[in-house]
Design a binder for this molecule. Structure first.
Ligand code: BES
Ligand code: ZN
Ligand code: ZN
Length: 531
């Protein structure tokens, strides 16, 4: 994590570095002095570099101020995400080659960008700094707790400098953005660490310990409530406890609360994408109240509806939603957002045993609705039903849940994109916009009203599976919707992007990605800054 990143003012001379990274629309548009550009151009043309979005190519530069030129294609539209991924690819390349110093040239931002001859990045300097920090630091992450050799290799390959060179007019804001991005990274790295930790260590109690550590570090600004099995039972969380029944690990319900101190400069009204109705008397000047919920199954064996061996290999990741929520809370105080934020996690294991819940069992959820459990592997929606029940009691402005909920969502959208569902268009737009600037791809899927009947049970209010494969991400979301009353609610199905089985996005090394942390932080910030 400790990568020395900074921004510097782009001067006349090229910086000294091992690798010089530039962005270009094509081989003939390199932002470099003419002689150097010509030399590189010939090389790029020979190797058929076209400058498409994300395309990259290395050119040896012996005899100049750098050893290698690393060119990243921008395509026609140079977006923040291409920039972030390009920075990440540059860090990877520099490390892989055993080099120490990377310098990234970015002449085309800031007030003078319009006059630049080169491809310009259409984003604010603050956002550029933020994306730079995210790309560089997140690409540098490795989980080496149990791999001493890899840890040693990382130490040996440690970079000495990653510099972003920008026009003088943009430099201050870029530096501010870097500080902001470093906060995003801290939260994301915590989420990654929690997901990467093996399930036998990252138990429900270990998740609760994390919440305790976060609350303690806040010196009283965050409050934590932990409910044990008995307390959950007394509250009527029959659905959550049914899932927990098969495991030797005790379940725990985690509730973190952040209430901004009084005297906040901005006191945003409840309207617009916060999803609140302004007609709600007495709440006009109150702060928005958001509940973040994370699915916290620390291991999903499927229960008695046991998964096959390969299906279970990665099921330590089934608490990635919870990890994202904890990641957000670990940095929330640094943002000083004028938003009341709650984090709720029902943490347990889903295991088969003599005490496990059985297919055909009927349970009563916190809301009072009864559920026929036909497949114990559709456990996430059961635990979430009770968390949603608890969340709506707070009458929040918005609820956002993050859950590795269905394999079907991965079939629909692939491994990199999360499914977004919402009962409000403005909330969906706000979450979608936050995800886009964060570089965390999401795609909205519909809550198809006509499919709701498939969840009806003969013997209970609802059943937890529909008994066929089609549209299973949608029916899972519809199941959750049964428990949100009419509260504005968004659901992110992260089953695909919470874990990188192979490396596709240079920002995400193999393993837990920390998906969702950056989206939530941006969402909260935007909500807090609204008039
Ligand atoms: N935790 C899984 C979903 C999952 C699958 C997460 C792949 C990450 C990667 C969830 O609890 C599950 O088992 N869902 C079942 C539901 C089915 C039984 C209706 C699924 O998607 O197959
Ligand atoms: Zn499952
Ligand atoms: Zn699961």
């Amino acid at each position: 994590m400790s990568l020395p990143i900074r921004s510097r003012v782009l001067g006349g001379a090229l910086p000294r570095a091992d690798v010089l990274l530039v962005f270009a629309r094509g081989p003939r548009e390199l932002p470099l002095p003419r002689s150097l550009a010509r030399r590189a151009e010939a090389h790029l043309v020979r190797s058929q570099f076209r400058g498409g979005g994300g395309e990259s190519h290395a050119v040896p530069l012996a005899g100049t101020s750098a050893r290698d030129l690393f060119v990243i294609g921008t395509g026609k539209e140079f977006t923040l995400d291409i920039f972030r991924r390009g920075v990440a690819a540059g860090v990877r390349y520099t490390k892989a080659e055993g080099y120490r110093r990377l310098a990234i040239l970015l002449p085309g931002i800031g007030p003078a960008a319009g006059r630049s001859r080169y491809v310009t990045l259409s984003a604010s300097p603050v956002d550029v700094g933020r994306a730079f920090a995210e790309g560089a630091l997140l690409a540098n992450y490795r989980f080496t707790t149990y791999a001493p050799e890899a840890a040693e290799r990382e130490r040996r390959r440690k970079l000495e400098a990653v510099d972003l060179l920008v026009p003088r007019a943009a430099q201050r804001d870029v530096s501010g953005g870097i500080r902001r991005g470093s906060i995003d990274v801290l939260g994301t790295v915590l989420a990654r660490d929690l997901v990467n930790e093996p399930a036998s260590r990252m138990t429900p109690s270990a998740l609760a310990d994390q919440a305790r550590t976060i609350a303690k570090a806040s010196k009283g600004s965050l409050t934590l409530t932990l409910l044990d099995r008995k307390q959950c039972e007394a509250r009527g969380m029959g659905a959550f406890l049914a899932v927990a029944r098969g495991s030797a690990q005790p379940p725990v319900f985690i509730h973190l609360t952040y209430k901004p101190g009084t005297g906040h400069p901005t006191s945003p009204r409840l309207r617009g994408a916060s999803g609140a109705v302004s007609s709600r008397g007495g709440r006009q000047d109150a702060l928005p109240r958001v509940v973040l919920i994370g699915k916290g199954i620390t291991f999903d064996s499927g229960g008695l509806s046991l998964k096959p061996a390969e299906g279970m290999e990665t099921m330590k990741i089934d608490m990635a939603g919870a990890a994202a929520v904890l990641g957000v809370f670990s940095v929330l105080l640094k943002l000083k957002v004028p938003v009341e934020v709650h984090g709720m996690i029902a943490a347990c294991e889903n295991m088969p045993s003599g005490t496990a819940v059985k297919p055909g069992d009927i349970v009563r959820s916190l809301s009072g609705k009864t559920i026929e459990i036909l497949n114990t592997d559709a456990e996430g929606r059961l635990t979430l039903a009770d968390v949603l029940g608890e969340a709506v009691k707070l009458k929040p402005t918005a609820i956002i849940d993050l859950a590795t909920l269905t394999g079907a969502c991965v079939v629909a959208l692939g491994e990199d994109v999360a499914g977004l569902f919402s009962n409000r268009d403005d909330l969906a737009m706000a979450v979608g916009a936050a995800a886009a600037t964060a570089g965390e791809p999401v795609w909205r899927l519909p809550l198809v009203r006509e499919y709701r009947d498939q969840l009806k049970s003969e013997v209970a209010d609802l059943k937890n599976i529909i008994g066929k494969r089609w549209g299973a991400a949608i029916t899972a979301a519809l199941f959750l919707e049964e428990f949100v009353d009419d509260v504005p609610w968004a659901h992110l199905d992260l089953a695909g992007p919470s874990y990188a089985e192979r490396q596709t996005n240079p920002v995400n090394p193999v393993g837990g990605t920390g998906f969702g942390v950056r989206t939530l932080l941006r969402y909260l910030e935007k909500l807090g800054s609204r008039e």
